[in-house]
Ligand binder design. Sequence first.
Ligand code: ADP
Length: 474
Amino acid sequence: MNILMAAAECAPFCKTGGLGDVMGSLPKALKKQGADVRVIMPKYGDIPQKFKDAMVFRMLHTVQIGWRYQHCGLFELEHEGVTYYFVDNEFYYRRAGFYGYIDDPERFAFFCQAVLELVPLLGFHPNVIHCHDWQTAMIPVFKHAHYAERAFYRVIRTVFTIHNLRYQGRFGKHTVQDYLNLDVNYYMQPDRLEYYDDVNWMKGAIVFSDVVTTVSPTYAEEIQSMHFGEGLHGLLTSKRESLKGILNGIDDEYWDSNTDRYLVEPYKTSLPKKRKNKTALQAELGLPVDDSIPMIAIVTRLVEQKGIDLISCVFDEIAHTGAQIVLLGAGDYHYEEFFRHAASKYPASVSIQIKYDEGLAHRIYASCDMFLMPSAFEPCGIGQLIALRYLSIPIVRETGGLKDTVLPWKADEGSGHGFTFIAYNAHDMLKAIHAAVKAYADQDQWTKIVKNASKLDFSWEASANTYIELYQTL
Ligand code: ADP
């Protein structure tokens, strides 16, 4: 089975969030099941130099974007057994960061078009092109519009995975002719790509892919409701028979407390050794060094989705629980400012790191006792999976993938491995935090919770199997 995955990010080449983690680990897991999986992505300027140096130039091509022809290079790299293709155009991709540019619709229309143009030249005939999130959403649409008649493409099926329905790729309708080269009369209809007089890429992918999936069973249900559906709940409900929620896993070789190169003390399942990482981190961040103080960590993009409003609403109360608070994140300016101020208020118990830092994230997951993730919605969530893998107990809101992966601790039954709350309410979250801090104070109880966490398996094996079965049905 030949699978070509197309995505806008993929660890370790580039990552801004969970999509990067998934793309960095799912292909490897599918390979283990016997599929030939390759990944195609843009060749961003910010890919670490060592990877760029190792890439092999494959070919030069020209890609039509709207009414223009653009240069398109293709590079290839074999990394940990997987073949990666990198689409090159320095005008589009040699910039700082990965997205968020005014010309993103043009940059990713080019990428989608390039993928389809290059596929017959790879010497690899995919059975399935598996597209991830809005940046790749035009692939199924272009396939339908421009390639449907060609024999090479007719046998290729498309799968589209929604990693986050909030980011749909919604642009002005002038872009349809400028970048997409689509027949406006046919495609700009309410049952195709048109959305309140704009063009909506993700809507197009949902309509034109052979199968649509998302990243947890609960999120697959939720997005069919008005509250979570981000305006596409009607369309998604009409697809409910084929809309599947397949839980993300994590790369358990990369996220391994026993071999993690960023940690000062490998610890596997030893809590005393885990605490050595905590005291090292306390020293690194200038916090009081004392392994008996509970540490609550937050590693996240600072955006509304992540429940940052709940945290800021009761920040003083959290700071008064006696726990240390460590936050690593970057994002919306007003949240960053709030936390900078909070850090100055509580220098002895709060450390705020406004940045993206892979190594520090590893040290935080390993060092903290509790991991706070009170999301307003969460398609799957990778943070809580990494936390559990590192025996850090999640405090989460029961939504999407958080609900599917974190079972609340029930002291009377001795079951569960996290602390949860249901309503999007700051004081409900605070209650869960208090319960966690109280449980931590009773070391027997805490050891039981951690033991439950240590038995969990969030590797890709089960989900990779489900994807293979899905591809087979196509
Ligand atoms: P999302 O994809 O919505 O951002 P996830 O929980 O699915 O959320 O994935 C987030 C991923 O990004 C995790 O691997 C997390 O550790 C990482 N991450 C988020 N913010 C940072 C940061 N500031 N520094 C390092 N890693 C981060």
